[in-house]
Write a protein that binds this ligand. Structure first.
Ligand SMILES: CC(C)(COP(=O)(O)OP(=O)(O)OC[C@H]1O[C@@H](n2cnc3c(N)ncnc32)[C@H](O)[C@@H]1OP(=O)(O)O)[C@@H](O)C(=O)NCCC(=O)NCCS
Length: 197
């Protein structure tokens, strides 16, 4: 396997990886009858609006088996999403105010965006997502992707990075701790981890 920059030909695979790791690290395909919904929220805006901080790990045939997606400034990124990314998705995925399924909850996230984490902005302005398919896990690729992104963010002048992880994803939580991330806070659903760059 090797690491390279994200390329537009990886887009469909990025949606797939996001879906297949969307259930606290496990496959969420059977949970939502929409192949793209996970990726529309947690992957595609990153590779579309800030591809310079997105990297994939590929098998020998060049197919992506995992990715790390970063943004230099999470507050600025959300502003750009508000302008460019969410409006067409809001038309495509109308909100059902009475809906209580997982799909409804994901669609609600397209309409009602969480407040930007201004408390993180000065010291940990950047944000990342990392997901590897099972075939690529446990072989050092996660750590190597982190190194690659950290270099890229440092070169762009960032001083720190944060990420959110489901409290249920105990494996990823242990991975972040092992790499030296510190826990900034936890709201009972999401743990926020931070790292100085
Ligand atoms: C979590 C994930 C990114 C970790 O990547 P990985 O490639 O499997 O991890 P690596 O093999 O690079 O591990 C790097 C180091 O962390 C350690 N590590 C990995 N997982 C660990 C765990 N659960 N507990 C303790 N240490 C762990 C490894 O032992 C290794 O240590 P070493 O460098 O000292 O030998 C990957 O397994 C994954 O994508 N999982 C599914 C999707 C997911 O949960 N994404 C995160 C969503 S927030």
């Amino acid at each position: 396997m090797r690491i390279r920059r994200y390329e537009p030909r990886d887009l469909e695979r990025v949606y797939e990886i996001c879906r297949r790791t969307g259930a606290a690290g496990g496959d969420a395909t059977s949970l939502v009858d929409d192949e793209h919904l996970f990726g529309e929220i947690w992957a595609a805006p990153y590779v579309t609006l800030e591809p310079e901080h997105c990297f994939v790990v590929t098998s020998d045939d060049g197919i992506a088996q995992g990715y790390i997606l970063g943004v230099r400034d999470a507050v600025d990124f959300e502003d750009r999403c508000e302008e460019l990314w969410w409006p067409p998705l809001r038309d495509r995925y109308p909100k059902d105010p009475d809906g209580g399924t997982l799909k409804d909850l994901l669609i609600a996230l397209i309409h009602d965006r969480p407040e930007p984490r201004l408390d993180l902005h000065d010291r940990y302005p950047s944000e990342l997502h990392i997901d590897l398919l099972p075939v690529a896990q446990g072989k050092g690729h996660g750590a190597a992707l982190m190194d690659r992104l950290f270099t890229s963010l440092r070169e762009a002048g960032s001083v720190g990075v944060h990420l959110g992880v489901s409290v249920e994803n105990t494996r990823a939580v242990a991975f972040y701790r092992h790499l030296g991330f510190g826990e900034f806070d936890c709201d009972g659903i999401t743990r926020t981890f931070v790292m100085d760059l």
